[in-house]
Design a binder for this molecule. Structure first.
Ligand SMILES: [Zn+2]
Length: 289
């Protein structure tokens, strides 16, 4: 049986279907534009290198007592369609030119700043729309001030710590603390672009407002960036908690959440300070897509 509605359609002149065709074309285009995997790529940037002759404070049950180690400092650039986001900003730019000196208790090295690296792929500093940070430590906010026009995304409880006059590294985010820059404080999780492709998710414990980042790439699949949830692969595998974390209980709960997310999404996990994890992503200026 043909309904009255269908009859009406069959009696339509071909040109009268034109508006409907246009609408379908428009909706198809919009739907394609909303594909969370469309136009997302991930670059690993150098944020410096740190040397310590004693990693002891990175485990509160003394697993690394008097063990020396080298940690990479990572930053990442995410291109989402026409927007750019930087995740963590590395050591301060003034570190550039320093060399590791393993005769010292600690030392730092950096060959290129973030803006040096962006220039190599023809991205200007003022094209960065967002600077999102895992937490307030100086090896993560060190070069934030290179991107004053960007909106700063930071955990709300970490932002509260940065308000305190005695917090180390405040100068790197002074632009936003003084009210000149736009800040979005993040409570819980934040779907940054609203399409599920880049999620800043709460992993408190290292600091009260610590976050990690989930990125869905069209070819690579899901990538998880730890922030400083852990610093080394051994720490990740054995649930080590640094002695200087703000909450042992929150760290362990966050590790549990992170590992469940990684399993659920079959994710590529990048431990940002672990030198051996850096080969999991293409070497800059190549990007993971
Ligand atoms: Zn760190």
């Amino acid at each position: 049986m043909i309904s009255a509605k269908n009859q009406e359609v069959t009696s339509m002149k071909p040109w009268s279907l034109l508006p409907l065709a246009c609408l379908l074309f428009l909706l198809t285009g919009l739907c394609l534009g909303q594909n969370p995997k469309a136009g997302v790529s991930l670059y690993r940037l150098e944020g410096g290198t740190s040397w310590m002759n004693d990693l002891g404070r990175f485990c509160d049950v003394f697993s690394y007592h008097q063990k020396p180690g080298t940690l990479t400092v990572s930053a990442f650039l995410i291109k989402h369609n026409d927007d750019y986001l930087i995740w963590d900003t590395g050591l301060p730019a003034a570190t550039k030119g320093s060399k590791l000196d393993r005769t010292q208790a600690t030392s730092r090295e950096m060959t290129k700043t973030l803006t040096d690296q962006l220039q190599e792929i023809n991205v200007a500093a003022d094209q960065i729309n967002y600077v999102a940070v895992s937490h307030y430590h100086t090896d993560h906010i060190g070069q934030a001030s290179s991107f004053p026009q960007a909106k700063l995304l930071v955990g709300d409880k970490d932002w509260s710590v940065l308000q305190q006059a005695d917090t180390k590294g405040r100068e790197f985010v002074e632009h936003w603390l003084s009210g000149k820059g736009e800040v979005q404080t993040v409570s819980g999780d934040l779907d940054i672009f609203g399409d599920g492709s880049v999620l800043m998710f709460a992993t408190p414990g290292h600091t009260p407002g610590h976050h990690s980042l989930l990125i869905k790439l069209p070819e690579t699949g899901t990538v998880l960036l730890t922030g400083d949830l852990v610093h080394m692969q051994e720490s990740f595998d054995n649930d080590r908690v640094p002695a200087f974390n703000t909450s042992r209980a929150e760290t362990l709960a966050s590790l549990d959440r992170f590992k469940r997310l990684a399993k659920h999404w079959k994710a590529l996990v990048i431990i940002q300070h672990e030198p051996e994890n850096m080969t999991k992503l293409p070497l800059f200026p190549e990007a993971a897509r």
